[in-house]
Design a protein around this ligand. Sequence first.
Ligand SMILES: Nc1ncnc2c1ncn2[C@@H]1O[C@H](COP(=O)(O)OP(=O)(O)O)[C@@H](O)[C@H]1O
Ligand SMILES: N[C@@H](CCOP(=O)(O)O)C(=O)O
Length: 377
Amino acid sequence: MATAMTPLSLTVACMDIRDLPPSKLRSFIIRVPATSANIGPGFDVVGLSLSLHLTLTVTVEEPDAASPARPPKITHSGEGADEVPLDAYKNLTTRVALYVLRCHGIAKFPANLTIHCDNEIPFGRGLGSSGAAVIAGVLLGNELGELNLPVERLLDFALMVERHPDNVTAALVGGFVGSYLRELDQAATEAASVPLSEVLPEYPPDAGEEWGLNPPQPPLGIGHFVRFGWSDSIKALAIIPRFELSTAKARGVLPQEYSRKDLVFNLQRLAVLTTALAQNPPDPELIYEAMKDRVHQPYRKTLIPGLPEVTNNITPSTHPGLLGICLSGAGPTILALATGGFEAIAEDARAIFRTQGIEVDWKVLEIAGGSVVQQNL
Ligand SMILES: Nc1ncnc2c1ncn2[C@@H]1O[C@H](COP(=O)(O)OP(=O)(O)O)[C@@H](O)[C@H]1O
Ligand SMILES: N[C@@H](CCOP(=O)(O)O)C(=O)O
């Protein structure tokens, strides 16, 4: 079977599956990277795509006498296999896809849809598993509905579900990315603030297979982003504790208000960090200080025993090669950016976590490209 692999931007701009010859079987693959959000001071602002992937292999077969119409079938391997729902009306990815379809006048999944999800991104560890699932769902809806949506519109749909832009933007476009949510007028603010339960309703099991076509539509142009430079010499070491922490819980411990001193502390560091990570060679003293944070990490240490000890005791002077160290996303994973010395950094972090009774796994990751959609022709 021949394949055409296309980066997302080109897929959206050039590929139109309606141009493909008619076929009984349509098949495509969606590949979405993991992400690490915040990178210290950039809470809800910056994200970095990483080389662990969620991959969906999708086929749609025209029903005929040999294969009569049936509901969607989902299988899942890898991370989350023991907990992810395989019912298309309960699974996060397919619920997002159905939301995108319903917003475009398509009330149900196509008949004879089969999706295999292979997932390398651990759940609830601060590596963007839910952001990847949401982006996979938006891309799935876009492909199934043959909608050919531009990147900006794909992002609007993702932001109706995952309401901070850092993970989803980096997962969609790839690289080291900064983003903001546009200030919306009152009507658009209301449209973008509808409860998540209206965007992704609980589908009752006995309500048939067609759903109303009046879901809340995303306002146009909610999210805006820019990709920063990144020094090729920097890799991401993910030190992953063996316990899950939901992002919702880790957001629940954050205060509603901050002091000017703490906000200025973060703004100063974020401004320096976005350029410092592109310099060659990268400057460890500059980056280590620029990856400190006072907006989320101090509050999350109650949920992640050992966090301050790891970030304070593992430094560029104790660990040559280290550039900076922070919580990855909402945690509990620790992200160390480094040019070398990965094993010493990881093993010393492991020893610190062990004093708290926590075991870890670690991986050296590359900075990944954005999501891709690959048509099997
Ligand atoms: N590939 C996936 N398919 C379906 N649901 C997923 C997938 N990945 C993540 N999820 C859902 O998202 C939850 C984790 O989200 P969250 O708490 O935001 O942590 P993370 O930091 O991993 O994004 C999982 O428990 C699961 O419910
Ligand atoms: N900015 C968010 C990022 C959450 O990332 P995740 O990978 O933990 O879902 C936050 O810090 O809450």
